[in-house]
Design a protein around this ligand. Structure first.
Ligand SMILES: [Fe+2]
Length: 390
């Protein structure tokens, strides 16, 4: 039965293709913008990837107004607000009429946060939560160099508040980028562990949104196909990084999963992963990868048929299995996928101290992601899941 009401958010224009970033100029001209302020990081600068992307502006009417290249692995409130040279002010002075984020989720989310202040003024923390931003911001172009975050098409930014060790969520349709450029050539240099962990983040988006209380049929279609593509390509992209076709498949799948969860939302796995990142700096993809099978096990009784469909999408024959048994096949397949990618399988291997689990459970209970989890979760239950994953 379809939901009585649902909303599906249709985000950015997506331009995808091998070498697509070479057409950045003409693609940006379609937005009517002229002066780009680039938000990226040192690693991508040194790899020459930023230059490769910006070469795509040659011969177009769009010029680079400035570059901020000091984003760190976790986007942070302090960096967005009072970064070196005062980040939004830097873009304002440069006369930027568009932001271009090049990189992984941190870079894109930092650019989203910066866009809030650049367009609206004030302090970033004033805009935390759902629907606080009420009018269009400056245009934002997102060019992902990882296949996982989905931030290039979502209406969310997750930014860490260092002082309280918490990951804050900012949510508004106006936060979504206006243009996403998907170019697999930008992801071929990603090391195996990052390829695997970001890919598991994308899988977690797809799985969690498919079973969430906020599910809808449009998001379901995107999520299920993303699960199928990730199941078929993640190990290859991880172990044979030069395979451009596998890279392209993963990039498209992560964007599809992003489109899905931008409306369908996520669940307890993301709530726990945000806590792990906020409290103990566990990389988002690693935390999700470890916690996903345990979150699925907790939620199995709420959505057995859907979990069996996930098993099928991951390439398993579940014809003779009842929904619950099929769901277990999905859980084992996810565990197996992470193992074949060489990722850590326990929180204890990811730098989480055992005495930190109760604090993690408390943080997960107040994270927005927990509210769309398909099975209601209390503190004791979340703590039990964390202990299992330890
Ligand atoms: Fe995520």
């Amino acid at each position: 039965m379809l939901p009585e009401y649902f909303e599906f958010f249709v985000p950015a224009r997506i331009a995808a293709g091998r070498g697509m970033s070479g057409s950045l100029g003409p693609e940006m001209e379609k937005l009517g913008v002229r002066r780009a302020f680039v938000v990226t990081d040192q690693v991508l600068m040194q790899l020459g990837l930023v230059q490769k992307v910006l070469d795509g502006l040659a011969g177009s009417a769009v010029e680079v107004a400035g570059i901020f290249d000091e984003v760190r692995p976790n986007s942070e409130v302090g960096l967005v607000e009072k970064g070196p040279g005062d980040l939004p002010e830097l873009a304002r002075v440069a006369g930027a009429d568009v932001l271009v984020a090049i990189g992984g989720g941190s870079n894109i989310d930092t650019a989203k946060g910066m866009n809030i202040i650049l367009s609206e003024g004030g302090h970033l923390l004033d805009y935390e939560g759902f629907g606080v931003i009420t009018r269009p911001l400056k245009p934002l172009v997102a060019i992902p160099t990882t296949a996982g975050t989905g931030s290039e098409v979502t209406q969310f930014a997750v930014i860490k508040h260092e002082a309280i060790h918490t990951k804050l969520s900012f949510s508004s349709p106006y936060l979504a980028p206006n243009l996403a450029i998907l170019d697999p050539e930008l992801t071929v240099n990603l090391p195996p562990k990052l390829t695997a962990s970001t890919g598991m983040d994308a899988l977690t988006h797809a799985v969690e949104t498919y079973v969430s209380t906020s599910w809808n049929p449009i998001a379901d279609g995107l999520a299920l196909e993303a699960i199928r593509i990730i199941g078929a390509n993640l190990v290859e992209a991880t172990t044979n990084g030069g395979n451009l076709e596998a890279r392209y498949q993963m990039l498209v799948a992560s964007t599809m999963a992003g489109m899905a969860f931008s409306s369908g939302m996520v669940g307890c796995v993301h709530a726990m992963a945000h806590a792990a990142g906020g409290l103990f700096d566990v990389p988002h993809g690693i935390a999700n990868s470890i916690l996903l099978p345990y979150g699925m096990e907790y939620n199995l009784e709420a959505r057995p048929e859907k979990f069996r469909e996930i098993a099928r999408a991951l390439g398993n024959d579940v014809e003779d299995q009842d929904p619950k048994a099929g769901g277990w096949t999905a859980i084992e397949a996810v565990f197996d996928l992470a193992e074949r990618c060489g990722l850590p399988r326990a929180l204890s291997e990811a730098g989480v101290p055992e005495e930190g689990l109760p604090t993690m459970a408390e943080a997960a209970m107040v994270d927005g992601a927990i509210f769309t989890n398909p099975r209601p979760a209390e503190y004791d239950e979340i703590l039990a899941v964390l202990k299992k994953a330890y």
